[in-house]
Design a protein. Sequence first.
Length: 417
Amino acid sequence: MPADVRTHPIDRAYLRLEQARPGARWDTGGIAYLSGRPPSLADFRAYVGMRLPELPMLTYRLERTARPPVWRPDEAFTLERHVHEVVTAGPEAPPSPLETALGAPLPRDAPWGLWLVHGETPDEYAVCYRFEHVCQDGVAAALAFRTLLGTGEPALRPLPRPRGRGENLRRTVTALGLAVAYAFDVLPRPGRRSSTAFVPTGRRKLLRARLPVERLRGIGRARGVSANDVHLAALAGALGRWSEEAGIPLPHTSALLPVDARRHDEEQTWGNRTFAVRVRLPLTESSPLRRLELVAAATSAVKRRPRRQAIHDLVRYMPARPTAWYMRQITSPRVTALVATSVPLAEDGALGATDVTGAALLPLLLPGHLCGVGLAFFGDWAEVSFTVDDALPHGGRLPGLWTDAVEELEQDLGEVG
C-alpha cells in the first residue's frame, strides 16, 4: 500500500460532522456471538495479528491536520492499544460487560478497537468491533468482519460498468441531474422534523431480535420485492406502533439509507464509499401490505441500473464541499429520523475451534435521531439491531414490535392467498 492514503470527500464530511458535534458518538461497528471456550487475550491478539496483512489499513493512523487529512502508516502501532478484554468474573467486573465494550473510548488518531467479551455464560463469548465512521462504512466493516471471522464467499455487490464510447456526456448529465434532485430532497421543510420528547443521556443501548432469513425472503418473493424492503416495511410498522405507545408523534418520518458505491479497484475494507439517500417510511399506513408496496416503490429507483451507475459516478467525482453540505443536510434530524442500514455479513464464521452463532450490527445513532437500525444477514438468520439512547421511552419494545410487524405481513399474505 502507498505510504499515505488520501481520505475520500465522504470521509472528510464525517470529520466535519465530528468537529461540529464533538460531544456526540460517531462510532459504529458490530458484535459476533460465539460458542465454545474463549481464547486468552494473548491468543486473541496473536490471531488478530495474523490477519493484519489482509487488513493493512488497521495499522494506519489518521493525520487530521494534513490538508486534506490522510491515512499514514502508524510507526507506533501496537495490538495492545486496539485489542482488549472485558470479563464478568472477579470483584471489579463491570455490571454489563457488553455495554462496557460498547462505551469504551477509541484512540483519536487510529479510531478502532476489538473487545473480547466473556464470563457471563460458560462456553459463550462475544467479539465486539467498533470504529469511528470516518474509518469505514457498513460495507467495508462487513468485509473486515468476513476477513477476521467469516467463511464462505462474499455476497455479490453491484459494481459499475466501465465507460463505453460516447457514454461520458450521457453519464455526466445523468449524475448532475441526480445531484440536483438529491440536493432538493434534503432541504429542510416544515413538518419534517422528528419529535424529540426526551432528553438524551449519551448512553447507548443495543437491542436486537432475529428471525430466519427465509421468512423475509418468502414475503419478498410473494410480492416481488427484496428482503430489505420487507425489513423496512416492518420497521415502519414497528415505529408507528412505538409512536402510539410512547406518545411521541412521528407524522413525517424518513430514514437515511446507505447505498454501496465501491468500485472493484478500490480499497474494500476501509473508508466510506456509500451514498446516503432519504427514504420515506409510511408509519401512518394501517395496512401492512400497503406499507410494503410504498416502501418498495420508494427504494425501486435506487435499484435500477442507470440510477446505481449515477450514484457510483457521484461518489467518485463529487467535490468535497458539496459532499460535506449534502452529508450535513441528510444527517440532520430535520431531514431524517434514523439510519437504516442492511449488510450481508457471511454464510458462516469461526475463530479457531469456536463457531460464530450470530452477529449483530451496532448501527450509527446520529445526534438528534430516534435510533439507528441495522439488519445483518448471517447464515440462515436475519438479525435486526437498534441502537437507542438510554432515555428513549419504550425503546426496549422496538425489536419485539419489528418481529410483530413481520408476522403481520405474513398473516396478510395468507389472507390474500
